[in-house]
Design a protein around this ligand. Structure first.
Ligand code: HEM
Ligand SMILES: *[C@@H]1O[C@H](CO)[C@@H](O)[C@H](O)[C@H]1NC(C)=O
Ligand SMILES: *[C@@H]1O[C@H](CO)[C@@H](O)[C@H](O)[C@H]1NC(C)=O
Ligand SMILES: *[C@@H]1O[C@H](CO)[C@@H](O)[C@H](O)[C@H]1NC(C)=O
Ligand SMILES: CC(=O)N[C@H]1CO[C@H](CO)[C@@H](O)[C@@H]1O
Length: 317
């Protein structure tokens, strides 16, 4: 009896070492202000730029789907070699300065404690709340990676059929429900014309609402030397609000990119789309869960990786 108790105690002591994992409030001892510092930086930016929510959601997705959520997306290229940022899909990822700003304050208050990967995750959560989305607790304790390689950037393109886009999500152990939920992030933000020009040339995609087709032709047709690749909102209803309106819009044939429209048409995904369109509570609940799940993809924990001092630069050995 006694022996078993001792073993149990030993087991419970060793458990955190062997199964190091993320937990809510990871910084409550090492840097109690961590979450409020990130939140303040996001609030400051949001008050002058509501599009920061879209920027952070996309940054978080791109980070987590390449080498896991390890802030590899933040690394700048060096004179010796190139980082993920030079890969095609990165092109228009924005918001790097906000992460830098939060990091600068964090380093001055508790140096080398809070990872850049956690900053991205927390900042995204805070921005989602400010844009009317659900609030959720974010497990933290991620460590930053020491590798950033453009050849590893293998993100799905916007013209893939649902089944093929799903392959990339399945590779990350995400379900179709997760994928449809997360694509609900297209409830905010914009796409550049080059990502949907195939749908609006000539008579246009017959699966597109004619009024939207005319509108997009107008936007993209106005391309000019100073603005060669204009943008259109992804959600024609509430373009700056994290809500289920995106799902209603695609059911009305108002998806801008092919992947968005196909979600509403494809039998693999349309059931999820119709449930999210009609039940805002369901979308909010599932979106929070799916964001936490995405934030857990292939994370570095314990002693793996490092806590970067500058989010753009791998620490010197
Ligand atoms: C099959 C999966 C996905 C594809 C093919 C895809 C593709 C794209 C493309 C091509 C753009 C336009 C980028 C531009 O023109 O600058 C975009 C924008 C965006 N994506 Fe996705 N995406 C996917 C999944 C996701 C996920 C999982 C999230 C987040 C949870 C996300 C969040 C966003 C946001 C917020 C924007 C707007 C960015 C901005 O306004 O700066 N996307 N996506
Ligand atoms: C540079 O190359 C090394 C070795 O291949 C790699 O670990 C590192 O992540 C690369 N990228 C940058 C930006 O240093
Ligand atoms: C997916 O799950 C399998 C089995 O649990 C695991 O071996 C694999 O590492 C997971 N992949 C990712 C990307 O989390
Ligand atoms: C909407 O979703 C919530 C949360 O999953 C669920 O409890 C509720 O029953 C759903 N409402 C309807 C009308 O289906
Ligand atoms: C922010 C950033 O570094 N973007 C880069 C993305 O990739 C292109 C090349 O494909 C670079 O020119 C950008 O600077």
């Amino acid at each position: 009896m006694m022996g078993m108790k001792v073993m149990l105690v030993l087991y419970l002591m060793i458990l955190p070492l062997t199964l190091a994992q993320l937990k809510v409030g990871f910084y409550s001892d090492s840097c109690p202000q961590a979450e409020s510092i990130v939140q303040a930086a996001v609030l400051k930016r949001f008050s002058s730029d509501k599009s920061i929510t879209a920027a952070l959601l996309r940054m978080h997705f791109h980070d987590c789907f390449v080498r896991g959520c390890d802030a590899s997306i933040l690394i700048d290229s060096t004179s010796q070699n190139q980082s993920e940022k030079v890969a095609g899909p990165n092109l228009t990822v924005r918001g790097y300065e906000l992460i830098d700003e939060a990091k600068k304050t964090l380093e001055s208050v508790c140096a080398s404690k809070v990872s850049c990967a956690d900053i991205i995750t927390l900042a995204t959560r805070d921005a989602v709340v400010l844009s009317g989305g659900p609030s959720y607790a974010v497990p933290t304790g991620r460590r930053d990676g020491r590798v950033s390689n453009p050849s590893e950037v293998n993100l799905p393109g916007p013209s893939l059929p649902v089944s093929q886009a799903f392959q990339t999500f399945m590779n990350k152990n995400m379900t179709m429900d997760d994928m449809v939920t997360l694509l609900g992030a297209h409830t905010v933000g914009v796409a550049h014309c080059n990502f949907f020009s195939d749908r609006i040339s000539g008579r246009g995609d017959r699966r597109m609402d004619p009024a939207l087709l005319a509108k997009l032709k107008g936007i993209c047709g106005a391309a000019s030397g100073s603005n060669p690749n204009p943008t259109a909102f992804l959600d024609q209803g509430t373009s700056f609000t994290v809500d289920n309106e995106f799902f209603r819009q695609i059911r009305l044939k108002r998806g801008v990119m092919k992947i968005d429209q196909e979600l509403a048409n494809d039998r693999l995904s349309r059931g999820f789309v119709s449930r999210f369109a009609s039940n805002s509570t369901l979308f909010r609940t599932r979106f929070a869960q799916a964001m936490v799940k995405m934030g857990n993809i292939e994370v570095l924990v314990g002693n793996a990786g490092e806590i970067r001092k500058n989010c753009r630069v791998i620490n010197a050995k």
